[in-house]
Design a protein around this ligand. Structure first.
Ligand SMILES: C[S@@+](CC[C@H](N)C(=O)[O-])C[C@H]1O[C@@H](n2cnc3c(N)ncnc32)[C@H](O)[C@@H]1O
Length: 219
């Protein structure tokens, strides 16, 4: 019932925290955090159908009175303190960045399903990437991040691989870098096999630089 990804997301949140789960869907993270990490959660979602699904799960675990459900686009209808943990997981970069634009909290847990390079590049204008975890769950690699409000200098290898992930050399981190290398190699080869243009040549040079970076941090 609780996926490896959800359990790893929960592990980034200290016990006894107050948490707002934006886009809770089934509210399984909130249930797990309440039972196993003694957190005080609010589960919110933009979709009434998802909140109905969440309500059934809360009933199953007898947690209806402990976890409030809130219908909300992002954090618009949710009350929170800046010290609360805000979780935004399982959405695309564009949606997450839009939600974060109006967010004033200091501690954020995110997992974007798309454009992780763009996500890191944009978010580091306002946040430090304090921790990252790679999870391999049901044949998919997920990158989970803990952000803290602040400013730090980052470079392209941080955006591409991740400032924490790039320093990890073993286990799932090693496998994730191999996956990244294969992904960018395929893009590079596809570009090589198409007709010539300056844009494609520049893109190829960019991808080649990415491949060199991944190789460097895989050793
Ligand atoms: C794929 S589910 C992810 C559920 C859960 N967070 C997880 O990681 O397993 C995405 C959820 O985000 C919700 N969602 C999408 N845009 C949203 C927004 N702007 N505000 C709140 N929830 C949103 C969807 O309704 C859906 O329930």
């Amino acid at each position: 019932m609780f996926s490896k990804r959800l359990i790893e997301l929960a592990s980034l949140i200290p016990t006894h925290s107050t948490v707002v789960d934006v886009g809770c869907d089934h509210a399984l993270l909130d249930i797990y955090l309440t039972i196993n990490r003694h957190c005080k959660c609010t589960a919110s979602d933009i979709s009434e159908n998802c909140l109905e699904k969440a309500k059934l799960n809360l009933k199953k675990f007898k947690l209806e009175k402990e976890i409030p459900l809130v219908l909300s686009d992002g954090l618009n209808n949710v009350e929170y303190n800046n010290s609360d943990y805000i979780v935004i997981a399982g959405m695309g970069t564009e949606t997450i960045l839009k939600i974060l634009e109006k967010c004033t909290a200091d501690n954020i847990i995110v997992q974007t399903n798309t454009d992780i390079f763009d996500f890191r590049e944009t978010i580091t204008d306002n946040f430090i990437i304090e921790n990252e975890k790679v999870v391999y769950d049901k044949k998919v690699f997920y990158v989970l991040m803990k952000l803290k409000r602040g400013k730090k200098k980052y470079n392209y290898s941080d955006y591409l691989i991740g400032p924490v992930i790039k320093k990890q050399k073993t286990g799932v981190y090693k496998k994730y870098k191999e996956y990244l290398f294969d992904k960018y190699s395929e893009i590079y080869n596809n570009l090589k096999n198409t007709s010539f243009s300056i844009e494609k040549m520049n893109k190829r040079l960019e991808i080649k630089a990415y491949l060199n970076m991944i190789k460097r941090y895989s050793k």
